[in-house]
Design a protein around this ligand. Structure first.
Ligand code: KG4
Ligand code: ZN
Length: 337
């Protein structure tokens, strides 16, 4: 089945054509640069930029896939979570295409899209696995028993890990979004330069907290004379990263051990992080668990993952009602215990 996927939940305008759940014919991603000068996403500007770009991005996706509109069999678009104005652009564009073409439409949860990025990337991925969804808006540890069946083991109680990366990058003068920059700068820094607090929460909990770490790093930087900040920028980045990543790895490893998990995946923008992948590989390898992650282009927001998730959702539930609305705080619901 050929699915046209549309993603506009935040600051990427993306349209893709995907066959079934793992053959990408095109995946056009336009990242909005306008937000850089504000140091974060400005919701109203995001909606306007999506409106300006969506038709050109859609045309390019069809052209690269070498597919005519009549060949598309299903239209999938993100309905939430995300910025409401941004979501509405892609959702309504998708509904309009499906209505005009008389093809089924399916609304996709963005988090299910991130989960689907691993099914899309790995044909051999076992249905049952543990996934860590880590992005600018989310930090969740989720048990997956096949697409659509989830148990959320834990999530952040305050900031998302990507949000902490972006905030610290901004304070360090590294621009927005800064996760990848911190990752790069950390490679020349000393991760033992300073031990920042690990937001472990209660020992038995799989929940996360990143606001304490964010504040501790911000206060550390504030107390440093300008010259020392210049000298230790890479060390601070590396020490922050070590604290941020260690908590993710430790909670994942504990879940693997306690629940007898055999396979683990990462998804979301922070899944591109090199130190995280290195530590996960080391610790999960020692436990004999298999470790999967998508290529960087499928970690950050993209429409190919939405098309793949749309195809799988359609196979389970059929088409969505055409009056479905954007849901800014949509969640992944527990459907297994
Ligand atoms: O999944 P995504 O594109 O958007 C959301 O759904 O939020 O994730 C974006 C987040 C940003 O916070 C960005 O700084 C972070 O992913 N990110 C990284 C890296 N690449 C992107 N964080 C750490 N290391 C990276 N290499
Ligand atoms: Zn995302």
């Amino acid at each position: 089945m050929l699915t046209l996927g549309i993603e506009t939940s935040c600051d990427e305008t993306s349209v893709a054509v995907v066959r079934d759940r793992n053959e990408i014919l095109s995946n056009v991603i336009l990242s909005q640069l306008i937000h850089k000068k504000f140091g974060g996403v400005v919701p109203e500007l995001a909606s306007r930029e999506h409106l300006k770009a969506i038709i050109a991005v859609y045309r390019e996706a069809l052209q690269i896939a070498a597919v005519e509109p009549e060949q598309i069999e299903l239209v999938a678009a993100t309905y939430g979570p995300g910025l409401v104005g941004a979501l509405l652009v892609g959702l309504n564009f998708g509904k309009g295409l499906a209505f005009g073409w008389n093809k089924p439409f399916v609304a996709v949860n963005h988090l299910e899209g991130h989960v689907a990025a691993n099914f899309l990337s790995h044909k051999d991925l076992p249905e049952k696995h543990l996934t860590l969804i880590i992005s600018g808006g989310h930090t969740s540890l989720v048990l997956v028993d096949g697409f659509g069946k989830y148990r959320v083991l834990g999530q952040t109680k305050d900031d998302a890990v990507g949000e902490a990366y972006d905030k610290i990058a901004k304070i360090l003068g590294l621009g927005y979004p800064g996760g990848a920059e911190i990752d790069r700068l950390s490679q020349s820094g000393d991760r033992r330069y300073f031990r920042f607090p690990r937001g472990v929460m209660k020992e038995e909990s799989f929940d996360f907290s990143y606001s304490g770490l964010k504040t501790a790093v911000a206060l550390h930087i504030k107390a440093l004379p300008e010259s020392e900040l210049d000298e230790h920028r890479a060390d601070i980045a590396a020490s922050f990263q070590e604290a941020a990543v260690e908590v993710l790895v430790n909670k994942t490893v504990r879940a693997v051990t306690e629940l007898g998990i055999k396979s683990v995946t990462l998804s979301g923008g922070v899944a591109s992080n090199s130190r995280l992948k290195e530590l996960m590989q080391e610790k999960l390898g020692a436990l004999g668990a298999k470790f999967y992650f998508p290529p960087p282009s499928l970690c950050t927001d993209n429409a190919a993952m939405i098309a793949a998730a749309g195809f799988m959702r359609f196979s389970i539930d059929g088409a969505s009602p055409m009056n479905i609305n954007a849901v800014p705080y949509a969640k992944l619901y527990n459907s297994i215990c």
